[in-house]
Ligand binder design. Structure first.
Ligand code: GLN
Length: 309
């Protein structure tokens, strides 16, 4: 990580970390994946990456954590880049208003999940990427390594095994969608790819840097284009409306940025044209979003005035 050359974002990050330190009630780490339950709920880190790769950070910003559903943004980008709008015949673009792992809408909507950021939709995206590449999780890891500039990023086999051992709900989602013909690969193959995808361990610095292509309107760190300008806008829009599940309305109200959370306690957010952020604190609210993470992003946009509104 290049050291910050100008102090632009450093004072605001220090102030937020100080405020968070004094906030009681940090939520509880996810316990349905036993390997995640062990994290200290008081850990906190935050990083801001500018478009040129300059990174500012505070607290545990270089500590790797389980990226989990944050990876759904990157698999969506990879699949959209390959197949374009055909994807939208298999997954919708509406907020679900339901928990991230819910099954209920699938039966009424012919196995077409509401959006790519709930588990059902992410399974469809990974399935399609798997069909096109033969190694969806490997493609994702390569993208994250390249964009973060960190060749050491990797899967966490312990987390992946833990999730596989407790994977009945995701298996149910995949089988139900397969029964409607909306899954291509054998379900065990898909689940293996999906759990490895979710298990990738990365720090706030890594994920803020990896998300800057969305702030650069689709252009990668090396100057090549992953998404068209219009596709980058679309991904950001879906993050805003669906990135924090049944709390997306409240997230837009409080933070006012495209954002994507994961049950590891991380949240990425994008300020188009300016920077990308990642915040991490393992304590979650009842919807699966980091309590201190949302609070920190709320303070960031309030203190800096940077939001899409
Ligand atoms: N791996 C987790 C799951 O599928 C991801 C969920 C999340 O981060 N919200 O349950």
């Amino acid at each position: 990580v290049p050291p910050s050359s100008s102090p632009t974002f450093q004072p605001v990050l220090e102030r937020i970390a100080e405020e968070v330190e004094h906030t009681p009630g940090r939520g509880r780490p996810a316990d349905y994946i036993p390997a995640l339950a062990a994290r200290d709920p008081r850990a906190f880190g935050m990083a801001v990456a500018e478009l040129d790769g300059t990174v500012y950070g505070v607290g545990d910003w270089q500590e790797p954590f389980s990226a989990q559903s944050i990876t759904k943004v990157f698999t969506l980008a990879l699949d959209l880049a390959r197949e374009g709008d055909e994807l939208w015949e298999h997954v919708g673009r509406e907020p679900s208003g339901n928990p991230f792992n819910s099954l209920v809408q699938l039966e009424y909507e012919n196995g077409i999940p509401r959006n790519p950021f709930i588990n059902a939709g992410a399974l469809v995206v990974t399935d399609r990427l798997q069909t096109r590449t033969g190694d969806a999780a490997g493609e994702l890891l390569a993208l994250l390594r390249a964009e973060s500039g960190n060749p050491d990023l990797d899967f966490d086999e312990e987390v992946a095994a833990s999730e596989t051992a407790h994977g009945d709900r995701n298996a149910a989602l995949a089988h139900l969608m397969a029964s409607y013909g909306n899954i291509d690969n054998p379900v065990p193959v898909l689940l293996d790819q999906y759990f490895r995808q979710c298990s990738i361990a990365a720090s706030c610095a890594d994920l803020a840097l990896a998300a800057t292509f969305l702030a650069r309107h689709g252009v990668r760190a090396d100057g090549t284009r992953l998404l068209s300008r219009s596709q980058a806008k679309q991904v950001n829009a879906i993050m805003l409306t669906c990135g924090t599940y049944d709390a997306a309305g409240d997230f837009a109200y409080r933070v006012g940025l495209p954002g994507k959370s994961g049950v590891g306690g991380g949240i990425i957010a994008v300020v188009p044209g300016r920077c990308a952020l990642c915040v991490w604190s393992p304590g979650l609210d009842e919807r699966g979003n980091s309590v201190a993470g949302v609070a920190a992003l709320d303070r960031f946009t309030t203190l800096t005035g940077l939001s899409v509104f």
